[in-house]
Design a binder for this molecule. Structure first.
Ligand SMILES: C[C@](O)(CO)[C@H](O)COP(=O)(O)O
Length: 235
């Protein structure tokens, strides 16, 4: 079984809107629903769990019903950090599932494609993890103050990670138990937590189109990408 764990616990302060960014409507549909639809439509995804901001659970349930997200099996409360939110989701999944693959995915990456989901699962089955990632095409500079730099980082040694990030459920549970023992509380992603715990992770296909909506500018990019995608479908 392959289970999608969608992380929608953030408040999204960088979009400067009253509504959390995952619930902002784009062309009359909340961003999180675009994301859920990608996993709903994928034939290899068996169940979907969402870690959701408190106060938004009933709204999410209503949207899921309206947009026919029938694979949604659970809505779980978020934690103080992204890491704690993922942990909450994993422990809810563990109550029902066992030896399965979990794809941890940001609710605000609505352009995730079927190919990206498939490759994340395939790499996880082959290598024990499938972390969507793309190469770095810009010059990369290290800075201490975001104003100046005098240090170049070799971009050929960097990959930009995205989501989904797929791991066996048992391995993720182990990582979060181990993190608790070692006092690691705020690793920025599942892949960084694994690396902090001394594990090697494996990349799967990502895409420049698999954007993370962080700012209002990203919403404009998302709209443009959706318009192109819909135009392609009409051909
Ligand atoms: C998981 C992630 O999308 C990988 O690039 C990223 O780390 C999420 O960051 P956020 O600050 O929790 O949105």
């Amino acid at each position: 079984m392959n289970i999608a764990l969608i992380i929608a616990g953030g408040r999204g302060e960088r979009t400067h809107q009253d509504i959390p960014k995952q619930f902002i409507n784009v062309f009359d549909k909340p961003i999180i629903i675009y994301t859920l639809e990608a996993f709903q439509k994928h034939p290899d995804i068996d169940a979907v769990y969402v870690v959701c901001l408190d106060g938004w659970h009933e709204i999410l349930k209503a949207y899921a019903k309206q947009f026919n997200i029938t694979k949604l099996m659970g809505i779980v409360s978020g934690g103080e950090t992204g890491q704690a939110s993922i942990r909450n989701g994993l422990f809810a999944i563990k109550e029902k599932f066992n030896d399965d693959i979990v794809l941890v995915h940001d609710a605000v990456r609505p352009m995730v494609s079927a190919e990206i989901i498939s490759d994340s699962i395939a790499k996880c089955r082959l290598f024990g993890s499938g972390v969507a990632a793309i190469p770095c095409v810009e010059a990369m500079l290290v800075t201490e103050d975001k104003v100046s730099s005098s240090f170049i980082y070799d971009r050929d040694r960097l990959m930009r990670t995205q989501t989904p990030q797929a791991f066996p459920l048992g391995k993720l549970i182990w990582a979060h138990e181990e993190a608790k023992k070692r006092g690691i509380t705020n690793s920025v992603a599942s892949c960084t937590l694994m690396i902090e715990l001394g594990q090697t992770i494996y990349f799967s296909a990502g895409s420049e189109k698999n954007i993370k909506i962080t700012t209002t500018e990203d919403i404009e990019i998302f709209k443009a990408l959706l318009t192109t995608k819909n135009a392609d479908w009409l051909k």
